[in-house]
Design a protein around this ligand. Sequence first.
Ligand code: FNR
Length: 369
Amino acid sequence: PPLAEVLNLHDFEAVAKAVLTDKAWAYYSSASDDEITIRENRLAYQRVWFRPRILRDVSKVDWSTTILGQNSSLPVYISATALGKLGHPDGELNLTRAAGKHGVIQMIATLASCSFDEIMDAAAPNQPFFLQLYVNGDREITRRYVQHAEKRGVKALFITVDAPQLGRREKDMRMKFVGDDAGAEVQRGQDVKKNEGVARAISSFIDPTLSWKDIPWFKSITKMPIVLKGVATAEDALMAYDAGVQGIVLSNHGGRQLDTARSGLEVLVEVTTAFRARGVRLPSPTFDIFIDGGVRRASDVLKAIALGASAVGVGRPFLYAFSAYGQEGVEKAIQIFRDEFEMNMRLLGARTLEEIVPEMVDASALRSH
Ligand code: FNR
């Protein structure tokens, strides 16, 4: 269907399913084991209800923000997703160009199909980026990668901490990996294991020994803010805060890692409750709580913000958008978010993101409330 007929982010998924190869669809859409967590990521948002306020002169509404000090036209960033060329010949550059044009921040994946430098070379002047890091067993490779990224102007380092081993995505594993389009950088010289699905075949370098003891080393090799991506409990959120990193992403990796892990939204309530009990004021100027997984509407984002998130990551919808329509698809996805923010903020009675307060949602149906 023509792009004009795409009305919401769900529509991109249906189009992508129709146009993608079986292999690409399996890799992008799959989640681990029984795919319970990926379903829960959507269901959790449906358990939170709005408490909208009225008569507030909402003629002007503004949903722009800063994320880790960088201007962003949306309280949404493009989360790292690997292997963009499975979906479109230009791969991640579709994200880069659309993000640059519309003031959105892209998190570059370690396992992007396009090389890191290709992506940076396609950037608009002063376009901000974050870098997602899978930590290599050979720390020298990781050190060089991180320091190169910092030198090229990347603004923050998101270390993925929920993937000491990749989850079993059985839909993906049923596809045989043909091995021509693995992540460009880290992949070089890597022994690609066939017949394990795309994800497993490219991830054997990820270091399962990674631990809290490594955090000071990361702080010693970079001045970029460090964010731990894949925190799933209040205990670890507090440990991250104590370790002196600048933030966390409450995430289950889009349901692709530990199946029946809780949704980020569920965890968010547990985390903010624990921080308040500790006397940490939120939002904190030195520590950001991000969340991702299952966000498909601006209303989802507004619920997360009301419950204490600084901003929200979105993965598959942008992948599906460029798989189906290239850069234009990503631009349309951003436009859809914009239109939805405008309408939802008006209807909610919030003129700025600061006016989105906890009282604007009823989250009592979230279990950890
Ligand atoms: C991912 N995600 C991911 N995360 C990460 O830290 N490194 C990676 O290489 C990838 N790769 C990846 C590939 C694909 C195909 C998907 C769908 C996801 C997880 C991603 O950053 C994010 O956490 C989720 O995608 C968020 O959930 P939604 O928005 O896809 O529901």
